[in-house]
Design a protein around this ligand. Structure first.
Ligand code: G3H
Ligand code: 13P
Ligand code: ZN
Length: 338
């Protein structure tokens, strides 16, 4: 099956009340882990690459790995997504590489750090929507800036700044009308990485109530939760048991995400949990079998550990079981629908 536009998948998820995990990749093993999990659970998948991932793996390798994933898994609908595009140029180069979906993250300036103005965000997002929709490619945008209220992680915001940059529902409504984006990432108190919350998050720091309000105002816009790793205690423990130094930390509980899915969340971004699983598995081999030096001896368990996490999320988000029911729509057909 060719790669399909992400919009098709999110529309299907909305019609059937489920969410789709979007998993970050940087190499072959991570792509294979996602495809193993998707095959085992019969799930449609979103595979996403950040700018850092594209430069680490090189666009040509990435493109061919994704084509291999599609070729080897003809029954799994796959969308290939640019995560956090920092400029229209980044999004356009992703489209040239065959990505079927892009995120224009205009909530930050092109440096990927400094919060931008509403006008800037609308301007860059509209430029991307115009070009992408003309060829059937999906566009995710972001309003409000990620950054934990708890620790200001993410855009490097302080605790107070992060609280100030949560998504404003009025602005979200205006932004979708002004840009015509397909999916909207919202800032509700989550942040990227392993250190999101210093204790199990309550509604004061993880504002799921904002999602409900935004969904009430934008019932037809697919909402996206970034920074959605759950940072499971058992994954931190494995890393620390084998010589790592992860500090105590709390992520976004899976039940909170499931609550979000009931209120319009259709795409859930997960990277950190997979990084933790991979690191723990590799550390275990190094600690228990220090004589090993064949990369396959530690990359195989790492791949399995990541596949287990992805599988669990696919089941929890409700995408499991739907792969063969998502309509196959080409980019050309999608372009005609816009
Ligand atoms: O946006 C955050 C993702 O976890 C990607 O991270 O920029 O280090 O590849 P990265
Ligand atoms: P995590 O760091 O919580 O996995 O979030 C990943 C993400 O939002 C990628 O865009
Ligand atoms: Zn993100």
């Amino acid at each position: 099956m060719p790669l399909i536009p992400m919009r098709v998948m999110l529309d299907h998820a909305a019609e059937n009340d489920y969410g789709v995990g979007a998993f970050n990749v940087n190499n072959m093993e991570q792509i294979q882990a996602i495809m193993m999990a998707a095959t085992e659970t019969n799930s449609p998948v979103i595979v996403q690459a950040s700018r850092g991932a594209r430069s680490y793996s090189n666009d040509n390798y990435l493109r061919h790995l994704m084509l291999a994933a599609a070729e080897l898994n003809p029954n799994i609908p796959i969308a290939m997504h640019q995560d956090h595009g920092n400029s229209p140029e980044t999004c356009f180069s992703a489209i040239d590489q065959g990505f079927t979906s892009v995120m224009m993250d205009g909530s930050l300036q092109a440096d990927g750090k400094t919060p931008s103005s509403y006008e800037y965000n609308v301007d860059v997002t509209k430029q991307v929507v115009a070009k992408a929709h003309a060829i059937g490619v999906t566009v995710e945008a972001e309003i409000g800036c990620l950054g934990g209220i708890d620790d200001g992680h993410g855009a490097g915001l302080s605790e107070d700044e992060a609280a100030e940059h949560l998504t404003d529902p009025d602005e979200a409504e205006r932004f979708v009308k002004d840009t015509g984006c397909d999916a909207l990432a919202v800032a509700i108190g989550t942040s990227h990485g392993a250190y999101k919350f210093t204790q199990k998050p309550t509604g004061d720091v993880l504002k799921m109530s904002l999602i409900e309000e935004i969904h009430r105002r934008l019932p037809n816009t697919h909402l996206v939760m970034h920074g959605s790793s759950s940072v499971p205690r058992e994954l931190l423990d494995i890393i620390n048991q084998y010589g790592g130094q992860m500090k105590e930390s709390y992520g976004v509980p899976v039940e909170a995400i499931q609550q979000g899915i009931k209120h319009g969340v259709r795409k859930i971004n997960v990277d950190t949990d997979n990084r933790l699983a991979i690191t723990g598995a590799i550390r275990k081999v190094f600690a228990e079998q220090p004589e090993k030096f064949d990369p396959r001896d530690y990359l195989k368990p790492a791949r399995i550990a990541m596949a287990e996490v992805v599988k669990a999320r696919m089941i929890a988000f409700g995408q499991a079981g739907w792969a063969d029911k998502v309509p196959v729509v080409s980019l050309e057909e999608m372009a005609r629908k816009y």
